[in-house]
Design a binder for this molecule. Sequence first.
Ligand code: KG4
Ligand code: ZN
Length: 336
Amino acid sequence: MKDIYCLAIESSCDETSMSIVKNGVEEVATVVLSQIDIHKTYGGVVPEVASRSHVESITIVLDEVLNKANMTMDDIDIIGVTYGPGLIGSLLIGLQAAKTLAMLYHKPLVPVHHIAGHIYANNLEERLKFPLIALVVSGGHTDLIYMKEDYSFERIGSTLDDAVGEAYDKVAKVLGLSYPGGPLIDKLAMQGADTYNLPYPLDDSSYNFSFSGLKSAVVNLVHNEKQRGCEIRIADMAFSFQKRVVTVITKKTMKAIAEYNVKNLVIAGGVAANNGLRSKMVELIKDKNIKLSIPRIKYCTDNAAMIGAAAYYAYKKGIVADLYLNAKATDSLYND
Ligand code: KG4
Ligand code: ZN
């Protein structure tokens, strides 16, 4: 069978990224231009600034990825692009680039849902095994997903309010840490202890999550302590917060893999980089006969390689868009 090379584009938030991926499994070359340093000044992503920055970077990233791969557009078979969800102004830049390339070079345009990309980041490490449960934990999502085969997504649980990464970033902000706060809390938690009495969020029998109550508990505690003139022990707060998050997430995930009798547990999204979550998952799954897939750190946060991996399987399922394809700030991956 002929090899399929995908040129993939990801610009849904604050990373301008392009990648060339062979047959959905092999990363040939990737370029990620992060805007984190620009947004740090504002304490979070400023959508208008992000969009303008994508405009400045997009053609540079294209040249760079083709150079890195030592390829030209003639070597590319399909164009994969994140059409949503994400910041609309950011998505539009990557999408416009993808459509232009598809039209100019007569290549099929494959629309990829950002969350499908995060899941398929794991396919770049080792081929996914089905059926599987995917735990997607990022700045915008906290979902438990059942996949019986490639490119089939059934959501079994989701957050009812904040996404877990969002809660990490908000807690970090109230503790005076810079953006993005998730990795900083993770690092601090390694030096802390469970000394703050925080609630375990939505610790019930459902597959849903809720992080706003835990986040508010941290915010209130910090304010009360400050008013009493007490200093916050940041490392202990980070540990106490992370312990609650990891305990509830891993408990529900373990319940799901047992109930759905799966062969593979896949962890995906920016928060999959979290050391507490990674080590707890490894510990819980080690005596189960289930493969655990966690991406390398570089594949956890936003990158186009994961979009290139997902695009291959979408294309094989016949998912191809025309030039009327629109960016979507919100869009469901699921049929529910
Ligand atoms: O997947 P991603 O790059 O973007 C979205 O699609 O949302 O995820 C970004 C999120 C941010 O909230 C960031 O704080 C969080 O992932 N994050 C972490 C860690 N690394 C990134 N959260 C906890 N621990 C980490 N080590
Ligand atoms: Zn993401």
